[in-house]
Design a protein around this ligand. Structure first.
Ligand code: NAG
Ligand code: NAG
Ligand code: NAG
Length: 427
């Protein structure tokens, strides 16, 4: 088939789907107006003189108004950091939509702590090594040797929410994560090894990427970051990546199939953060050449036997790269599994989710990574405009088909009855 067409305009003329795409295009205008409306209220309330016609500012969502019901249930300081962000006023590109949603609440790369959605606080182990954004020095990397052009797959000319295949959700989330933080993103269509299982191609492709970028984040397409507003640099600080670290990977759950021949648990190669160095290149070379058995007797077994390149790394490579800082082992609870897998050794994927437990959860994961931010904003907008759409008819009583204003006496009685009912609460 011909290559995918990436231009939005050409997609809009695509045939039957063109119509709803156009609807989407049109719908995005009120959406942006929503943002700008919100912005207007937040940044310039009470009213201040108009800003220049070409810029509008977005500030972080403050906490809901004190009198709103939300305040009583929502944990405070959900987004402790609020940044003012400038948006081009007449730009409705997707890049601007993403910026409008995430930029106001980006967590600083050197923040001393991070509070997760369950209210648990995660503190840096010490002084942060990364204090500045790394930007394009970071590559977020997808690697696949399959065409992925079928229905619901990423390289198809069109993709709908309904019928989207799980791995499309994963790779789109990687792309979005890179967009949010200004990292590089690449999807590498990898050549195949004639005699090895497909996943082996990650090893030489990661090695190659480490020639152009200082840091790479490789994720299998069933892996995603749960908090896209939390920068990679913060996680590197939190996981204490040092100048000598070659790579970081998560340990696998404590289950019999996850042990190597020496009785140590495998590291999962579905999520790898690696740092450029001569020694890293050498490690990847040894890893990719492992099945040749020049250095590692028995490694050819893992060409096609499960767990392939992961078993090669687990059985051989890590024992050759065992200086204290070489390989940082990440806890399963933080960088592997998903809440639905918590009974598999507590691997609930606090920061990085790996949906081996059920690939069907990937599209929900992608939705989470948008809706956890979109919803508070929508809710806030709901309350900001409350005066216009919340209608209080409690001072009336219903008589047949009519609403009749209550007398003062009736109102007093109603207040008493309400108080009477409240006594029973909690008993
Ligand atoms: C954001 O902008 C508003 C309005 O101009 C200002 O009051 C506020 O201090 C700014 N906040 C930050 C963090 O710069
Ligand atoms: C968390 O970080 C913030 C901002 O750096 C700081 O003000 C706060 O004291 C920290 N909280 C704890 C418990 O360390
Ligand atoms: C972080 O890494 C450095 C360098 O290896 C080490 O000295 C330090 O003890 C580590 N800190 C923690 C909390 O693990």
């Amino acid at each position: 088939m011909s290559g995918p067409k990436y231009s939005y305009a050409s997609l809009a003329n695509f045939g039957p789907q063109g119509r709803w795409r156009r609807v989407l295009l049109v719908a995005i205008v009120p959406m942006m107006c929503g943002f700008i409306f919100y912005v207007y209220h937040e940044s310039f309330f009470p009213r201040a003189p108009h800003k220049s016609a070409h810029q509008s500012a977005v500030s972080a969502p403050p906490h809901a108004p004190a009198d709103s019901i939300a305040d009583k249930t929502r944990p405070l300081h959900r987004y402790p950091y609020q940044h003012n962000v400038s948006l081009p006023a007449d730009d409705i590109s997707m890049a601007t939509v993403i910026k409008a949603l995430y930029s106001p609440i980006l967590h600083p790369v050197d923040a001393a702590n991070f509070t997760d959605e369950d209210g648990e606080m995660h503190k840096l182990p010490g002084e942060p090594r990364f204090k500045e954004k790394l930007g394009k020095r970071v590559l977020v990397l997808d690697i696949d040797s399959r065409p992925l052009t079928g229905d619901g797959q990423l390289m198809n000319e069109e993709l709908k929410w309904k019928g989207m295949r799980p791995l499309s959700a994963g790779m789109l989330s990687h792309f979005m994560f890179a967009q949010i933080h200004g990292y590089d993103y690449k999807f590498v269509r990898a050549p195949d090894y004639p005699d090895r299982w497909g996943t082996w191609v990650k090893v030489p492709m990661m090695k190659e990427a480490l020639k152009t970028h200082d840091y790479i984040v490789f994720m299998d397409s069933d892996v995603m970051f749960h908090y896209p507003h939390l920068p990679l640099e913060w996680l590197l600080n939190y996981w204490n990546m040092s100048a000598d670290t070659l790579a970081m990977m998560s340990i696998d759950p404590d289950e019999p199939q996850n042990y190597d021949s020496k009785g140590n648990r495998y590291l999962n190669t579905g999520f790898v953060i690696a740092q450029q160095s001569k020694r890293t290149q050498e490690m990847y070379k040894n890893w990719a050449e492992c099945p040749s058995e020049v250095k590692y007797k028995g490694c050819a077994n893992w060409k096609v036997a499960w767990a392939h390149e992961q078993a090669a790394f687990g059985n051989y490579i890590r024992y050759d790269y065992n200086r204290p800082d070489d390989i940082k082992v990440l806890p399963c609870v933080e960088a592997n599994g998903a809440p639905e897998a918590v009974n598999r050794g507590g691997c609930k994927g606090t920061f990085v989710r790996h949906f081996w437990v059920d690939k069907g959860l990937l599209s929900k994961g992608l939705a989470d990574s948008v809706m956890q931010y979109f919803l508070p904003r929508l809710h806030q907008m709901y309350h900001q405009e409350a005066a216009e759409h919340i209608v209080d008819k409690k001072g009336f009583k219903l008589v047949g088909a009519d609403m009749v204003a209550m007398t003062e006496q009736e109102k007093e009685q109603m207040a008493k009855d309400a108080a009477k009912n409240q006594k029973d609460e909690g008993f």
